[in-house]
Design a binder for this molecule. Structure first.
Ligand code: GLY
Length: 306
């Protein structure tokens, strides 16, 4: 019998400030727990990954939702995607302004439209039609992100590779899988830039016959290798999901440069975590344990009360 698992990541990147680590780990553990509780309540893996990602979108310490970076016009433009492994149904949004939880909007695109990806003003209008929470224009732009952009534009600081995209993958006792990913994108990006996070096969992929994956990192590189699908191809070829995940991100860095991270669950409930950046925060709940880490080869375990 397969056990319920909800696994999340809080973004891969050059996380050089060690003071941030306890904050990131607390954030990913809380999000995994929220997704797991939802999975215990409804049994639905789409609910699990949506609620885990919503929790991270509401946490200003991650680059999605309230913590999103800004583009060179000083605006927040967000992307998100979600896929159901049982049906392969999927939904995504790109270049979205003012929507508090883009992952919920992506799920609405999947469930309530004939389309797969909605972008820009059309996506925002659809969010209003669907009764989603919208922020006042500009309310998602924070002082911290304005200061970051000023430093980048003045060329006093390279973009920090602060990808910080968030994501979740989950499996239930029936072996159903789902994946979800959400991002504010890259610091100092051009207005109108779409990320890998909005692309099924690059940022997000789920197929009950193989596994499910959510990726994070340098989006332009991730799209060149269709990273989420590439990891599952490695697994289909006979690798463990852990080896397939590590190989996927390391091959991407070797072939096209830049760094990435990914989380995965195989169709039989094994977990994969890998990143070619120096750090990536991640956590998963299985039974009464939370597993977590942020440094290469770190895998800590604590007992929790669900
Ligand atoms: N992977 C997120 C981004 O490049 O925007």
């Amino acid at each position: 019998m397969i056990e319920h698992i909800v696994l999340v990541h809080g973004g891969a990147g050059d996380i050089t400030d060690s003071a941030k680590i306890p904050i990131l780990l607390a954030g990913v553990k809380a999000a995994a727990l929220e997704g797991y509780r939802k999975l215990q309540e409804t049994g639905c893996v789409l609910d699990a990954v949506e609620y885990a990602v919503r929790n991270l979108e509401d946490n200003e310490n991650f680059n999605a939702g309230k913590g999103s970076v800004i583009n060179t016009d000083g605006e927040v433009e967000m992307d998100a995607s979600i896929q159901c492994g049982k049906t392969l149904d999927c939904g995504a949004v790109t270049i979205v302004k003012d929507v508090k939880n883009c992952i919920t909007l992506a799920r609405k695109v999947m469930e309530n439209t004939e389309h797969t990806i909605l972008g820009a003003e059309g996506a925002r209008r659809f969010a209003i039609d669907q009764g989603l929470d919208l922020m006042e224009p500009g309310a998602l732009v924070t002082e911290r992100r304005i200061e970051d952009l000023k430093r980048i534009l003045a060329k006093r600081q390279e973009p920090k590779c602060e990808m910080g995209t968030v994501g979740s993958v989950a499996i239930n006792s029936k072996g159903n899988l789902a994946a979800a990913t959400s991002t504010g994108g890259r610091e100092g990006k051009m207005p109108g830039r779409c990320s890998d996070t909005s692309q099924i096969g690059s940022g997000t992929f789920a197929d009950d016959a193989i596994g499910c994956v959510s990726t994070t990192g340098h989006g332009e590189s991730i799209m060149k290798v269709c990273l989420a699908y590439n990891i599952l191809e490695n697994h289909k070829a006979g690798m463990s999901i852990q080896d397939a995940t590590k190989k996927g991100v390391n091959d991407m860095t070797a072939k096209v440069g830049n760094t990435a991270g990914a989380i995965a669950i195989s169709h039989n409930g094994e977990v994969g975590v890998g990143f070619s950046s120096n750090r990536m925060s991640w956590a998963y709940i299985k039974g009464n344990e939370v597993h977590f880490g942020v440094d290469q080869d770190q895998h800590d375990i604590e007992t929790i009360t669900i």
